[in-house]
Design a binder for this molecule. Structure first.
Ligand SMILES: O=C[C@H](O)COP(=O)(O)O
Length: 265
């Protein structure tokens, strides 16, 4: 089946850059991509700033009619009410967000997020028309035991449990081996392909070939402009979820422009 998936480069800023810095960073990113005549229809580019930056980013994107997308790093599973500190999918939708990262390993590790909670958050996001970027991936102990595929597929199955294909039309999955996040230890392109391919196979088993073929699977973990082209050359890798390197707008633009590195153009 032909691959019609549009690559997605998503920059997860994590808890970095206040709303003033966000404005500067988005402007610099947009100008750099404009100078390079970036074709957003060929490679989609998104930033995932902290919640407090979203209104500033929305204002800039709307005012300058930028093709850049933006999203959030988390969403509440609850619709509204007495949930101190939570941000609902409805609130995010009002800010025009296109994406939300769900179940990032830092949420799982520091905030006790489970596959069941990830599942509820996916339902909340898609209910408001926001595409979930569902994060999965194994830690170093699991990798050393060679259990990365069963471990990661169990996370995928847990996250999607009970969800019909009709709710998953915008699903994005990000495979992020925890041992490669922020460490400089990038997985080899073959490591990334092995697990991303297994995830696509599992989507085919859980649903059907159409959903598996349409779902974008990103790789995340120490992606930089120097390694992105080799990772993107893998058949089941459809983009990257970039942490640290996305804080530098010129470096993130180079990552988004990986095709020009690959061709030398
Ligand atoms: O969400 C992004 C990932 O955690 C990767 O972060 P990193 O590029 O800093 O390794």
């Amino acid at each position: 089946m032909a691959n019609t998936r549009t690559p997605l480069m998503a920059g997860n800023w994590k808890m970095n850059l206040d709303h003033h810095q966000a404005t500067h960073t988005v402007q610099k990113l947009a100008w750099t991509l404009k100078d390079a005549k970036h074709d957003y229809a060929a490679v989609e580019v998104a930033v995932l700033p902290p919640f407090t930056d979203l209104r500033s980013v929305q204002t800039l994107v709307d005012a300058d009619k930028l093709e850049l997308k933006y999203g959030a790093q988390d969403v509440s599973a609850h619709a509204e009410g007495a949930y101190t500190g939570e941000i609902s999918a409805t609130m995010l939708a009002k800010l025009g967000v296109s994406y939300v990262a769900i179940g990032h390993s830092e949420r799982r590790q520091y905030h006790g997020e489970t596959d069941a909670l990830v599942n509820e958050k996916i339902v909340a996001a898609v209910g408001q028309g926001i595409a979930p970027i569902v994060c999965v991936g194994e830690g170093l102990d699991v990798r050393k035991a060679g259990e990365q595929i069963p471990y990661t597929l169990a996370q995928v199955e847990g996250a999607l449990a009970g969800l019909p294909a009709a709710q998953l039309a915008t699903l994005v999955i990000a495979y992020e081996p925890v041992w490669a996040i922020g460490t400089g230890e990038v997985a080899t392109p073959e490591d990334a392909q092995e697990v991303c391919g297994a995830i696509r196979g599992a989507l085919g088993d859980l649903y059907d070939a159409d959903l598996a073929n349409a779902t974008r699977i990103l790789y995340g973990g120490s992606v930089k402009s120097s390694n992105v082209a080799a990772i993107m050359a893998q058949p089941d890798v459809d983009g990257a979820l970039v942490g640290g390197a996305s804080l530098d707008p010129e470096e993130f633009a180079r990552i988004a422009r990986y095709q020009s590195h690959a061709t030398g153009a």
